[in-house]
Design a binder for this molecule. Structure first.
Ligand SMILES: Cc1ncc(COP(=O)(O)O)c(C=O)c1O
Length: 402
């Protein structure tokens, strides 16, 4: 049976994949071409340099893989670490959990710091664990910058300070899948050794392009492990193969051409708006969403304002209500895609993604739809209250700084 036609645009408010700007979509409509031609580097060489800017990196190396964010997690771990190496990781949501699970399955010895869902990485605890590690057995600290499952942003600058205060040489790996390109990210200042991004969130592209920004220290760690018998196996994600080709503008295997053209256009969009404006816009849209949640009389999953994420808000539904019903109804009745609660918070929260290519009125559409779906499902929310609160805030707070 053919799917039911729903007139008008689907309102996509999951926290990735995000809306793709029309000009980026058009830029991806390209015929196939020879990725080993003499002209191909004209596309690729500037991409490596320009991509670095969204990571806030001046000294890093960018690698582009036909992969999603999960592949890039693997790339960070397998290029730098050896079997049995100890790593320190904070767990406070589904994505930090999955990355830890991967590290364990790869044969790493993961020291897990459990934090309540709705909070994030605790720099003081990280510092203590590193101070206690007198022999420097811990080789890397893994942190998810923006936990998409709970709408929590951790303070990576503070984590860096904690590592330095402990005088510990561990590498710092940061998952920026739902932050890079939307939230301020300073890979060089924070000395992030592997910063991990996927194409389908702040970069406003389809999924399928995995991006990593690697510090000189991590490049050295990868080179150092090359001859070791214990090094983790890596083939597809081996940086060495990419290094040999990338500086010439080529890849060791077939790249996804449409995604590379899309990346060029998406970066142009971000730079035309200005990264500072992009970050400010996400902050304003995040705050407007939170104003709506407060007006509904509901709470966010983020337990304190310091954890608030400006790319995704997880909204806790009242006891006895199944959040999945609100999500399903919003989709079927109002053509609005909201994010589901994952794992521990399944059925307890729904998420509004406010990441990527959006503005005031698109966000207000999502807030209106969420409100209507909640009311239809018997939640005692005053009609129009969220929209009124968010629109008042948005009228007073322009999206652009300049
Ligand atoms: C914070 C975070 N890390 C990692 C991932 C996994 O990325 P992917 O689904 O692109 O493999 C996601 C996906 O949503 C994410 O939000």
């Amino acid at each position: 049976m053919a799917a039911k036609r729903r007139p008008g645009r689907n309102h996509l408010f999951v926290p990735g994949p995000t809306n793709i700007p029309d000009r980026v979509q058009r830029a991806m409509l390209v015929p196939s071409e020879d990725h080993r031609s003499v002209e191909f580097p004209e596309l690729t060489k500037p991409l490596f340099e320009d991509t670095k800017k969204v990571f806030g990196s001046t000294d890093g190396t960018i690698f582009l893989f036909p992969a999603s964010g999960t592949g890039i997690w693997e790339s960070a771990l397998t290029n730098t670490l050896a079997r049995g190496d100890k790593v320190l990781a904070s767990r406070f949501g589904q994505f930090s959990h999955l990355w830890i699970d991967m590290a364990k399955r790869l044969g790493l010895d993961v020291v897990v710091q459990e934090e309540a869902w709705g909070t994030g990485a605790d720099p003081a605890k990280i510092e203590q664990a590193l101070r206690d590690d007198k022999n420097h057995d811990i080789k890397a600290v893994m942190v998810v910058h923006n936990e998409t499952a709970t709408g929590v942003t951790s303070d990576i600058g503070a984590v860096r300070k904690a590592i330095d205060a402990a005088g510990h040489p561990a590498l710092l790996f940061v998952d920026g899948v739902s932050s890079i390109g939307s939230l301020p990210f300073n890979a060089t200042e924070w000395k992030v050794d592997c910063a991990i991004a996927g194409s389908q969130k702040g970069l406003m592209l389809p999924a399928g392009l995995g991006v990593i920004c690697v510090s000189p220290k991590a490049i050295k760690a990868a080179e150092g492990s090359a001859g070791s018998n214990d090094r983790l196996a890596r083939v597809y994600f081996d940086w060495e193969d990419h290094k040999k080709q990338n500086h010439l503008g080529y890849f060791p295997y077939t790249p996804s051409l449409p995604l590379l053209y899309g990346l060029r256009e998406a970066l142009a969009c971000l730079f035309e708006e200005g990264l500072e404006n992009v970050y400010h816009r996400h902050h304003v849209l995040g705050e407007a969403t939170r104003q709506a949640v407060a007006a509904w009389g509901l709470k966010t999953c983020a337990k304190e304002p310091k954890w608030n994420s400006d790319t995704v808000t997880a909204i806790v539904v009242p006891e006895g209500v199944d959040a999945a019903k609100i999500i399903k109804h919003a989709f079927v009745r109002y053509n609005l895609a909201l994010g589901a609660g994952l794992s521990e918070v399944a059925g307890k929260v729904f998420r509004i993604g406010h990441v990527g290519d959006l503005n005031e009125l698109s966000l207000l559409g999502a807030i209106a739809g969420a409100e209507m779906s909640m009311i239809d499902n018997g939640i005692n929310v005053t009609p129009g209250s969220g929209v009124a609160a968010a629109s008042s805030y948005l009228r007073e707070n322009p999206l652009s700084k300049s």
